[in-house]
Design a protein around this ligand. Structure first.
Ligand SMILES: [Zn+2]
Length: 326
């Protein structure tokens, strides 16, 4: 058991190579933990002269709650300067990314935690910000910074996609008049283990998803076999322009009212959609059919027996899971 009070404090704070200067306990405020880095004086990158301390700027960072209480880490940084009059380096601030990335409002460990909570667990930014006792933007900026780094670091995340879905989503309402702001979700509809969101682009016109598709390699576009879309003109245009070879399949969520648009032409035979050896799932397979219609394959289908194919309006991207329902 550690009984040295300084070591006990360092163990509880849990940051590498820091001196804990003190703890501030103001009622109604987050717990304030004041620290500095334990560093030797660095050498100037320009001339090698040992640097001198110019200043000790203090920055406040949102940290993980300590024993259930919101916590702020007050970090007394070192601002160094080169005393060599012949050197032009001037001054610089000592950083330690184990504590926090420059310009972010959260500690590194809190940044990783909020990114996991929002990105993996699916909690809202507002809920996580409340738990940490901080501003919505502080959490959102951090989730974007860490999340984009994760996405950029995973070039294979898109993988091969046999059935590509486009769907408009009401993302949020902006401003005084609560103007609707739409986004387009780009989805791997037939991914193993359930539909997978590949990306989100702004707007619900053809341009966003078209640009996204044009940025993919030609080989990648060539292996897409089905385009899943609502019955809107813009998304049809996306597939016509950028993936002209795919079979366009109407999305069950957006399908026409019961029987209204099924082109029951003589000689048009319904067939069950199967992608990469996976069907759309029994409840959907029972009713989903594609009609080959010259010169372009178009699709329509009778209504599923339960009226919505087991899907619930307003579930956003979650409706894709319905495709793979048992
Ligand atoms: Zn220097």
């Amino acid at each position: 058991m550690e009984t040295n009070p300084i070591r006990v404090c360092e163990l509880l704070v849990g940051l590498p190579d820091v001196n804990v200067l003190g703890v501030v306990d103001d009622e109604g405020e987050p717990l304030g933990v004041h620290v500095e880095c334990r560093v030797a004086r660095p050498r100037c990158a320009g001339c090698g002269t040992t640097a001198q301390v110019k200043d000790r700027p203090r920055i406040g960072l949102v940290d993980l709650p300590a024993f259930g209480r919101p916590t702020r880490l007050w970090w007394y940084k070192h601002r160094w300067w080169c005393p060599n009059p012949a050197c032009g380096v001037g001054s610089w601030t000592g950083e330690d990314r184990r504590i926090a990335a420059p310009r972010l409002g959260l500690t590194d460990r809190a940044g990783r935690w909020v990114t996991y909570q929002v990105g993996r667990v699916g909690r809202s930014v507002a809920e996580v910000a409340r738990e940490l006792g901080c501003d919505w933007h502080t959490v959102n900026d951090t989730v974007l910074a860490y999340g984009e780094a994760l996405v950029d670091d995973d070039p294979d995340r898109i993988g091969d996609v046999a059935a590509l879905g486009l769907d408009e989503t009401l993302f949020f309402r902006k401003g005084r008049w609560r103007t609707q702001q739409w986004a387009t979700s780009i989805v791997d509809v037939a991914a193993p283990g359930g539909a997978r969101l590949l990306d989100v682009v702004a707007g619900r016109s053809a341009s966003g998803p078209s640009q996204w598709l044009e940025a993919r390699p030609a080989e990648w576009r060539a292996q897409v076999r089905f385009g899943v879309l609502d019955l809107s003109g813009p998304y049809r245009k996306v597939f016509d322009d950028t993936l002209g070879h795919v079979t366009q399949v109407a999305d069950p969520f957006h399908r026409a009212p019961r029987g209204a648009r099924a082109p029951r032409r003589p000689g048009c035979l319904p067939s069950v959609i199967t992608v990469a050896g996976r069907s759309w799932g029994p409840s959907w397979r029972r009713t989903c059919a594609v009609w080959d219609e010259a010169p372009r394959q178009r699709t329509a289908r009778p209504a599923p027996s339960d009226g919505r194919g087991g899907l619930t309006r307003g579930e956003g991207i979650g409706i894709r899971i319905g495709y793979e329902a048992p």
